[in-house]
Design a protein around this ligand. Structure first.
Ligand code: SF4
Length: 318
């Protein structure tokens, strides 16, 4: 039987960290598992930054009707982009919301703006058409943020449909290249956590546009450190070597056709809330499936018997 299973990028990244945690999220609805093994202020803080600051910039840059569009265009050609972002996006946001954040978070966001604008400006150097005529070319370079992407991966027994929204995406029309930027509200503790998520977005972008983007990951809690950057070539190699196995593992866990791999990662398992009992919890999920299968068979058998009896009665009466 061919099955179609849906999964989002964040959950796939959990599967990459630990298949058993992914099983808890999918089958037990445990939403807290994403933060296991992540150090820092948390995802919500990263989302606040990209929703209120970065997203506002990308929307304005992609839309000529936006009141900020021309200001951004002028600052790209005069190299005053950081000042424009600070004055028109960051400061107004802080003026309205400063009481909601600690001073450490405000400082991290201010540093985040600096590092992110620098990362964008470095990328623009290789886009002469944008520097020479930003008004004409901004729409081609900046893509609307938070676009929902969807593609699929076919495997034996079914199809895994992957959905997700990237943070920010830029295209370089002069070189037919793209760059994906992801903002993280946690520390640069374990690169595999944000990288697996970015690689899946990169794969989605490739499936839709035919271009494998380079990837830049900005850590707001470590804004003093340079972002992690991966060339398109590296991204391509990592997609090929890592994603098929991840997609297969996720499909097997969603359909419960194979037992998820239990990690023996001392560092992660020791801080995990399922330490010493994840095998027991997974057994419970499989038992439930078995019981469900058995009751389904009895219901079907009962219905079949009922239909048979009714048809026999009709036959006798006829
Ligand atoms: S204890 Fe280890 S293997 Fe079990 S769910 Fe937690 S991280 Fe995964």
């Amino acid at each position: 039987m061919n099955r179609k299973c849906f999964v989002n990028v964040s959950d796939l990244a959990i599967c990459q960290r630990c298949p058993a945690l992914f099983a808890m999220k999918i089958h037990e609805g445990d939403k807290s598992v994403w933060s296991i093994g992540i150090q820092g202020n948390g995802q919500a803080y990263g989302s606040i930054f990209h929703k209120n600051i970065a997203q506002k910039f990308f929307k304005a840059a992609a839309h000529p009707e936006n009141p900020l569009h021309l200001k951004i265009a002028r600052s790209i050609s005069s190299e005053t982009l950081e000042e424009t972002v600070r004055k028109n996006i960051f400061m107004p946001f802080i003026a309205e919301n400063s009481q909601k954040f600690s001073s450490g978070q405000l400082l991290a966001m201010a540093k985040g703006v600096k590092i992110w604008v620098k990362a964008m400006s470095d990328y623009f150097i290789n886009i002469p058409s944008l520097i020479n005529d930003p008004v004409k070319n901004m729409r081609t370079v900046f893509k609307m943020p938070e676009q929902k992407l969807r593609s699929f991966y076919d495997l034996e027994g079914g199809r895994l449909v992957v959905v997700g929204c990237y943070d920010a995406l830029m295209f370089n029309p002069d070189r037919a290249e793209a760059r994906l930027i992801e903002f993280k509200g946690y520390s640069k503790s374990d690169i595999t956590v944000p990288l697996s998520q970015s690689l899946i977005y990169a794969w989605l972008i490739y499936k839709i546009t035919g271009i494998i983007p380079s990837v830049e990951i900005i850590y707001l809690d470590d804004a003093d450190k340079a972002p992690d950057a991966f060339s398109s070539k590296n991204v391509s190699a990592m997609i090929k070597s890592g994603l098929p196995e991840l997609f297969h593992a996720a499909f097997d866990i969603i359909t419960l056709r194979r037992y998820p791999k239990i990690l023996h990662d001392k560092k992660l398992c020791e801080i995990c809330k399922y330490n010493q009992r994840c095998k027991f919890e997974i057994d419970k999920i499989f038992m439930r499936k078995k019981r469900l299968g058995a009751s389904l068979i009895s219901v079907l058998a009962f219905m079949f018997a009922a239909v048979l009896t009714i048809s026999q009665v009709f036959f006798i009466l006829a």
